[in-house]
Write a protein that binds this ligand. Structure first.
Ligand SMILES: CC(C)(COP(=O)(O)OP(=O)(O)OC[C@H]1O[C@@H](n2cnc3c(N)ncnc32)[C@H](O)[C@@H]1OP(=O)(O)O)[C@@H](O)C(=O)NCCC(=O)NCCS
Length: 372
């Protein structure tokens, strides 16, 4: 009798030099650097460079990289036309999945010397623009110039979405959230990207498939579901009462629990402080207080810690980011991690193809169509 590892929990299916997740003594690291140090001292562009190119950039490398990403923000006219044809009700994750796929046919990997790193940079920069372009066209019928003067993808995104100078606190918070989301070992979407890559498919296909895997509420979609929950309450007391009812009904509270971090997600402490800072700065602490109360109830009743998606929902909201953009921003940031894994998978590839135990009908005779 073979042993079935449903959900592959705890099963080691490969090696990686990109990140450690919850390893004793190491915590979360990207290429050996702790997430606490990176969140405090590095921008998202430095982290993206670290993941995709394998080392932290020096000043001149970072300047050149920022200029490159700024050039790659500009969308081809046909992509703008496609974005204009999408319904207003489209979820922006579908906008990204469609836009990334279209770029893959306009600028295929392999043509004109484009490799996986080009695809990573092009997708991170242009997916940020796609979100802004689609949002402004769908909601205000405006055709925005996707080449802003903002340095950094966080500021570029905020400028496009809000059509205003980004507040420094919001820009800094969003940049740090992008750092926190950039990489996380063999999570569902990254594993998806590695499976696609193992068939020798191109990087765009791996990223498009990963976007699909990220969309669900058990993975990236949890931050939007967490915001819907938090914003459904007026007071911490109301939240407490309702969470008790939900737990009694055995409902999942999105943004809590984690497959690997059973004693707390190190990213959650960082993003919680960012959310606290924004709440203080804005004088708007209603959602932060509600979030803290939900955290207390979940710990008391279930012993469950928040994961990154819970307090990042509150922080995003206080940055002025619309809820439907939470998971798409996760996708923009995680593209750096996904492509780092594409490159690593290619370096030592073997087709990923597990087996299943069959539990269907016994062998039986086929009755021809007209005799059934
Ligand atoms: C992330 C997640 C899928 C991990 O799942 P997992 O490792 O398979 O853990 P399990 O589903 O086995 O959970 C163990 C127990 O805790 C409960 N639990 C886990 N997360 C819970 C949550 N968010 N709310 C309520 N109960 C939860 C499960 O119901 C289960 O209870 P049981 O033993 O009585 O059946 C799970 O915690 C979850 O669904 N969380 C909500 C979605 C989320 O925030 N996703 C983002 C992840 S970064």
């Amino acid at each position: 009798m073979s042993v079935i590892d449903k959900g592959l929990a705890g099963v080691i299916v490969g090696e990686t030099a990109i990140s450690t997740v919850g390893k004793a003594g190491a915590g979360l690291t990207y290429r050996g650097y702790s997430i606490e140090d990176l969140a405090r001292d590095a921008t998202f562009e430095e982290v993206a460079y670290l993941l995709v190119y394998g080392k932290l950039p020096n000043v001149s490398e970072l300047n050149a990289y920022q200029e490159r990403l700024a050039r790659l923000r500009v969308l081809p006219p046909s992509v703008c036309q496609m974005l204009e044809s999408l319904p207003m009700s489209t979820h922006p994750m579908d906008v990204l999945r469609t836009g990334a796929s279209m770029l893959g046919s306009l600028e295929p990997e392999g043509d004109e010397g484009r490799g996986a790193a080009y695809v990573a940079d092009r997708l991170m920069a242009s997916m940020t623009s796609m979100l802004g372009y689609w949002h402004r066209f769908a909601h205000r019928k405006q055709r925005v110039d996707t080449q802003t003067d903002e340095v950094g993808l966080a500021a570029h995104f905020l400028r496009l979405i809000t059509d205003a100078e980004p507040r420094e606190a919001a820009r800094k918070t969003l940049d740090t959230i992008l750092v926190l989301y950039a990489e996380h070992e063999y999570n569902a979407s990254t594993f998806t990207a590695r499976v696609v890559t193992s068939t020798l498919a191109d990087t765009y296909s791996a990223v498009v498939a990963a976007i699909g895997a990220l969309r669900g509420p058990l993975h990236g979609g949890a931050n939007e579901a967490a915001m819907d929950l938090i914003s459904s309450f007026e007071t911490p007391q109301e939240a407490e009462k309702s969470i008790h009812h939900m737990l009694d009904a055995r409902r999942l509270i999105m943004g809590f629990g984690h497959r690997v971090y059973k004693n707390g997600d190190p990213r959650s402490d960082i993003v919680k402080e960012l959310a606290r800072g924004l709440a203080l700065e804005s004088g708007n602490n209603a959602y932060f207080d509600i979030s803290v109360r939900i955290e207390e109830v979940m710990m008391r009743e279930k012993g469950l810690h928040p994961n990154l998606d819970f307090f990042s929902a509150t922080a995003y909201h206080l940055c002025g980011v619309p809820t439907v953009m939470f998971t798409p921003l996760f996708a923009v940031s995680r593209t750096a991690g996904w492509v780092a894994h594409v490159i690593e998978q290619r370096d030592d590839n073997r087709l990923i193809r597990p087996n299943a135990d069959y539990n269907g009908p016994q062998a039986r005779e086929l009755v021809k169509l007209h005799d059934r």
